[in-house]
Design a protein. Structure first.
Length: 179
């Protein structure tokens, strides 16, 4: 995972000292309520495990906030869910899905960023089935409301056409536009 572009957040660990507090007050990313490189890595690793492992592992539940929701028209169109709808409206809904039909998606994060205090975006790729690389972009919303960092939301869009072809479906693009 490439995390070089992210600001380090080591000051968050020493905010008990007055000097560190003075520094961090000018630097929102250093405050304990903000994501930094290590907490981003924790959440992205959990995201990858949740989507890629062949079986749901209940130890991952701690990384999903009680307020969790997952929205993706790229999934909705494949799953027959009305476009514009929330895909998984709760933590329980995502866990039920991953338990009964794990995505088992060999997802590789190819770049991370931008991010801010409570959200991080990244680009990923997954190649499986018929072998078309599926490119996706995810924005994770994060919260520390429970006392530790959790994923509060997923907004993800990907190449549904490549995904459908990989799992034996078809996807026919329109002909070339008239010149
Ligand atoms: C579930 O995840 C935990 C923590 O990563 C790990 O120690 C454990 O081996 C996993 N269990 C299974 C069945 O994969």
């Amino acid at each position: 995972m490439q995390l070089k572009s992210l600001a380090l957040c080591s000051l968050a660990a020493v905010t008990t000292s007055a000097a560190a507090a003075a520094v961090t007050s000018d630097n929102p990313r250093s405050q304990q309520s903000c994501l930094c490189s290590n907490t981003v890595e924790t959440l992205l690793s959990a995201y990858v495990r949740i989507l890629s492992e062949p079986k749901w592992n209940d130890t991952e539940a701690k990384y999903l906030a009680d307020s969790f929701r997952d929205t993706s028209d790229s999934i909705n169109i494949l799953a027959g869910i009305p476009l514009g709808s929330v895909t998984f409206p709760s933590k329980q809904a995502l866990i039920a899905h991953e338990t009964s039909a794990p995505d088992n998606l060999p997802i590789k994060i190819t770049s991370i960023g931008p991010y801010d205090c409570t959200s991080v975006s990244f680009i990923w790729s997954a190649t499986f089935g018929a072998g078309n690389p599926v490119r996706g972009i995810t924005i994770l919303g994060a919260t520390k409301a429970a006392g530790w960092w959790q994923i509060a939301s997923i907004d993800m869009e990907m190449n549904s056409c490549a995904f459908a072809r990989n799992i034996g479906g078809t996807c026919v693009p329109p002909g070339a536009p008239p010149s």
